[in-house]
Design a protein around this ligand. Sequence first.
Ligand code: ADE
Length: 242
Amino acid sequence: RRVRIDVVTIFPGYLAPLREALLGRAIEAGLVELGVHDLRDWTHDVHQAVDDSPYGGGPGMVMRPQVWGEALDAVLAAGPARLVVPTPAGRPFTQATAQAWAGEERLVFACGRYEGIDQRVVDSYAARMPVDEVSIGDYVLVGGEVAVMVMVEAVVRLLPGVLGNPVSAQEDSFSDGLLEGPAYTRPVSWRGLDVPEVLRSGNHAAIARWRRDRALERTAARRPDLLDALPEDALDRADRAF
Ligand code: ADE
């Protein structure tokens, strides 16, 4: 299976890192097809203007709907897709979102800059295809480009054949609703700090129990909201005893 990903942006060079490392290898292996498009290719004026002042007044500029319409019509002509618009005003992007999108054939990302894209662009496409306005966290970036890199990386690593060891994706933080606990490698002793004895014991049940306890402990300390959100049956008696 091959996944097609298109990104429309006024800074195509900003997305260049997507062709490096793990993602670059996924592209070379033919698991992912990536298209990065310059929004200004669809302007008609000499200034290649993509933005204008907001109706109702206020600071900043809003991206014009006509140029986005032409760009997205052209990119979407290749076939059905899910349209993703990164914005701090979107629904949260989570591991569950990444998992769902990893099952899609085609994702098209529309990167807004300035104060965003004219809302009619989203409204118009949402009438005929799945459209998600999503945020990668409660902070404001200059534009959607870095958010797209975050989301594409989270999705692509879940595609079959991308990670060397598929078990790594299955045992991620969040896949069981908990944060992952600490990890250790050689040497056994470093700067006076020792690797926990149980991890060297060879007792697989004890190791699993220890890891689960550390995950619970870390999640309680750092992300109590995740513990509260666990389904009723997620914690067994041994977990509760901890
Ligand atoms: N664009 C600007 N800030 C963003 C955020 N937090 N998430 C997604 N897109 C954004």
